[in-house]
Design a binder for this molecule. Structure first.
Ligand code: CAA
Length: 246
């Protein structure tokens, strides 16, 4: 059988890179779609994924037309788009009293509108081919809320609402839709939290450490596998026990 073709938005980011590698190890052809403006960042990514079937494609997920064009291009080049991982995400942390409209808009545009912009065109081919795996990278903070993250938590909780709704719509068509909710991991996003605040958060993690990006990659690969077809509309928490719920 031909290799499954995967697109990972935010694919050159902290979690995105590990997700690309995990999917490539599983036997997929992977397109890492991410902002291309920072050449050094792209070069670092390319050396990290060297030896794997992973290619970079520039994409701003807030650009709806560019998302549709990327989907067309991937399907034309590779014949299919079977797995979509929506991992593009940013933070603009501030207490709501101090949060300005730009901080709200930027987070909602990337973290939530971006999911619509890329999933909508990708879904068309998945439904036509009768197979698809969509994995949305949400966050533990979408489940619990977090001080300073009204924008981010709203977007991340919104992603899971999207997941549950779309899962119902496409369940009969061979397409599954799930969320992964990472906790605090070793990424630049988490390292940008002031040291004292971050240390206080790690103290509350039962496993006693930050997560490794590969531990998120493993969860995504599990849900994206061909034989994960009976798991849909689910949220898989990967948070070191920070939020344990039924
Ligand atoms: N709970 C309750 N009170 C808190 C608090 C908390 N978690 N954190 C701070 N406070 C208190 C402070 O003690 C302070 O009290 P006083 O005014 O009495 O001194 C008050 O709230 C104001 O706090 P700050 O001085 O911290 O406010 P600030 O405006 O300087 O900073 C902030 C606000 C930028 C949001 C900062 O608190 C912060 O960076 N917090 C971390 C947010 C966070 O966890 N982000 C996650 C990013 S990683 C990610 O998102 C990945 C993922 O999915 C897990």
């Amino acid at each position: 059988m031909a290799k499954r073709v995967a697109v990972v938005s935010g694919g050159i980011g902290g979690l995105g890179t590990a997700i690309c590698v995990a999917l490539a190890r599983m036997g997929c052809k992977v397109v890492a779609a991410d902002l291309g403006g920072d050449a050094a960042r792209v070069a670092a990514f390319e050396s990290e994924v060297a030896g794997h079937d992973v290619a970079f494609a520039p994409l701003d997920v807030t650009d709806r037309e560019a998302c549709a064009a990327l989907v067309d291009d991937v399907q034309q080049r590779h014949g299919s788009l079977d797995i979509l991982v929506n991992a593009a995400g940013i933070t603009r942390d501030a207490t709501l009293r101090k949060m300005d409209g730009a901080q709200w808009d930027a987070v909602l545009a990337v973290n939530l509108d971006g999911v619509f912009n890329l999933t909508r065109p990708a879904l068309v081919g998945m439904l036509a081919r009768g197979f698809g795996r969509i994995v949305n990278i949400s966050s533990v903070n979408g489940q619990t809320g977090q001080f300073g993250q009204a924008n981010y938590a709203a977007a991340k909780a919104g992603m899971h609402g999207f997941t549950m709704s779309l899962a119902r719509e496409v369940a009969r068509k061979g397409v599954t839709v799930n969320s992964v909710s990472p906790g605090y991991c070793e990424t630049a996003m988490v390292m940008a939290i002031p040291d004292g605040i971050r240390a206080g958060i790690v103290d509350q993690v039962p496993v006693g450490r930050l997560g490794k990006p590969e531990e998120i990659g493993r969860a995504v690969a599990f849900l994206a596998a061909d034989d994960a077809g009976f798991i849909t509309g689910a949220n898989l928490p990967v948070n070191g026990g920070l939020f344990i719920s039924f």
